[in-house]
Design a protein around this ligand. Structure first.
Ligand code: ADP
Ligand code: ADP
Length: 225
């Protein structure tokens, strides 16, 4: 069955104004349970817009967004925000870890915000950090970690609340090619291990080839590669 389903999704910025941009012109895209889909898009093609709509950060002008079979399009702000916080994990090119907290606490805090008891949150966090090979760095602040280690911690934070769906925008884009390939494999392993569905945007065709399926955003539509 499907974890994410976008159907006929349209989005135009500055509609009716001279600077109108029609970004999405009817996007159809599904990500099945446990599937990892790569999204390739030239810069400016609407990749961020698509990920924001899929992640319930932004609303489409038309079409529908379903997560885990539930239609999100007609929902109000509150249930949509609730689904985003509990059901969707985000990873960006830059980690956005909280600099004054340890790696461990960066993975614990989102769970506390989700009312998980502290001991349970710490156990989950350490388990995740161990899985991506940074368990020994749990008590360090982000600034004491390498770029690759920081990004691994960001993966753990995104998965801390056990979302069903992971959305990633160039998750290893700020790393050198060698580290990028290594850290990307760690991410793939983690996603598989946790049984997640994922939509991962990348410019890197080598990384895209590691995913189950690759699609391209072209002229406002999603096409198979
Ligand atoms: P990508 O992530 O593929 O680079 P974006 O989704 O960020 O593309 O943007 C697609 C197009 O929409 C670009 O032309 C961009 O300038 C425009 N755009 C993005 N966000 C806004 C916005 N909030 N207001 C107006 N135009 C926007
Ligand atoms: P919080 O639970 O801390 O209030 P939000 O509900 O605002 O967080 O956001 C949930 C997720 O969406 C977080 O992973 C956050 O990084 C991401 N997010 C929130 N707003 C934006 C935005 N404008 N652009 C990109 N990502 C965002």
């Amino acid at each position: 069955s499907e974890m994410l389903s976008l159907s006929g999704v349209t989005k135009t910025y500055n509609a009716g104004k001279p600077n109108e941009v029609e970004v999405l012109r009817g996007v159809d895209l599904t990500v099945s349970k446990g599937e990892i889909v790569g999204l390739i898009a030239p810069s400016g093609a609407g990749k961020s817009t698509l990920l924001h709509i899929a992640g319930l950060l932004d609303l489409p002008d038309g079409g529908t967004v379903q997560i885990a079979g539930q239609d999100m399009t007609g929902l109000g702000d509150r249930p949509r925000t609730a689904m985003r916080r509990a059901g969707v994990g985000f990873i960006y090119q830059f980690h956005h870890l909280l600099p004054e907290f340890t790696a461990l606490d960066n993975v614990v805090l989102p769970q506390l915000a989700n009312a998980v008891p502290e001991a349970e949150a710490a156990e989950r966090a350490l388990n995740l950090l161990n899985k991506v090979g940074v368990g020994k760095r749990a008590q360090h602040r982000p600034s004491a970690l390498s770029g690759g280690e920081q990004q691994r911690v960001a993966f753990c934070r995104a998965l801390a609340n056990r979302p069903g769906l992971l959305l990633a925008d160039e998750p290893t884009g700020n790393l050198d090619p060698e580290t990028s390939a290594l850290v990307f494999d760690v991410l793939m392993g983690l996603v598989r291990d946790e049984g997640l569905s994922a939509l991962i945007a990348t410019h890197n065709l080598e990384l895209a080839a590691k995913m189950d399926r690759v699609v391209r955003l072209d002229q406002g539509r999603v096409v198979a590669v």
